[in-house]
Design a protein around this ligand. Structure first.
Ligand SMILES: [Zn+2]
Ligand SMILES: [Zn+2]
Length: 268
């Protein structure tokens, strides 16, 4: 299995990172991607990837941190993006749910990172929360269309269909395992809607991720999340789609390799 979105660079993993990576590998997660969310965490992602076989990095500035984005940030990202084992630019995008940074600054930081990805021929890792239309409006300004993933997908069915039709992947996380709040009810990012979404988009556009330390899947909900728990997401996806776990593992792993062409171990 490939965990396509982790934050092993989060301080919550400082004490036991080696054990966490070892547990992931023992559970069948042989590759994982550590995503940057600002400059220090992007640098940490590159460092972790350098030290561990099967671990890769992305470098980017999260919409929460967009208010700090400057010409200097862009220069540092461009440098970091050329380090070995960097497979994408991100996470970047728009978050209109929390709006920790003003919208115009989020949009500016996102546009700069799309341009950087196109310049370096890298995919983008998109964080989009209650912002699907605005994210698409920005992406549509660019020709050729960038490649990438809408990680931790929480937007509507319509957005899921639109982005996968453009060739984007969607990342499925722990919420697919969450029980509905009340019988027959669902929220926009809830399990019912997600289960419908994975049934209507092509399976060739789906990747799996933990987004650890956040969004821990059932049965470990409430604890710190880690890549070893990816199996619960793969299992739920298999159950939802009426496929075997092996099939889902094989297909989503092939998808991840197409999404991140640089995710290859150098020989020797
Ligand atoms: Zn995110
Ligand atoms: Zn993330």
């Amino acid at each position: 299995m490939i965990d396509t979105h982790t934050h092993l660079n989060d301080p919550k993993f400082e004490q036991d990172l080696d054990e966490v990576i070892q547990r992931a590998k023992s559970s069948g997660v042989d590759r994982m991607i550590v995503c940057g969310y600002d400059i220090p965490s992007s640098r940490a992602a590159v460092e972790i990837a350098r030290k561990h076989e099967g671990v890769f990095a992305t470098v980017g500035v999260h919409p929460h941190e967009a208010a700090t984005f400057s010409a200097d940030t862009l220069r540092m990202l461009r440098e970091l993006a050329q380090e070995p084992r960097v497979v994408a630019v991100g996470e970047t995008g728009l978050d209109f749910y929390y709006s920790f940074s003003p919208w115009p600054q989020q949009e500016k930081a996102f546009a700069h990172q799309i341009e950087l990805a196109l310049e370096l021929d890298l995919p983008i890792v998109v964080h989009s929360r209650l912002a699907g239309r605005a994210v698409l409006e920005i992406i549509d300004r660019y020709q050729p269309t960038p490649t990438g993933v809408f990680h931790c997908f929480s937007e509507s069915k319509e957005i899921a269909q639109t982005v996968t039709a453009k060739g984007f992947f969607i990342g499925i996380d722990g919420p697919i395992t969450f029980k509905p709040k009340k019988q027959g009810t669902s929220t926009s990012s809830g399990r019912c809607e997600l289960q419908e979404i994975v049934r209507i988009v092509p399976l060739t556009n789906i990747v799996v991720e933990t987004d650890c330390p956040y969004l821990t899947p059932v049965p470990y909900r409430g604890r710190r999340n880690e890549p070893a728990y990816l199996v619960y997401i793969v299992e739920e996806l298999a159950r939802t789609l009426g496929r075997t776990i092996e099939e889902i593992d094989r297909i989503t792993s092939e998808n991840a390799e197409r999404l991140f062409p640089r995710m290859i171990e150098p020989p020797g």
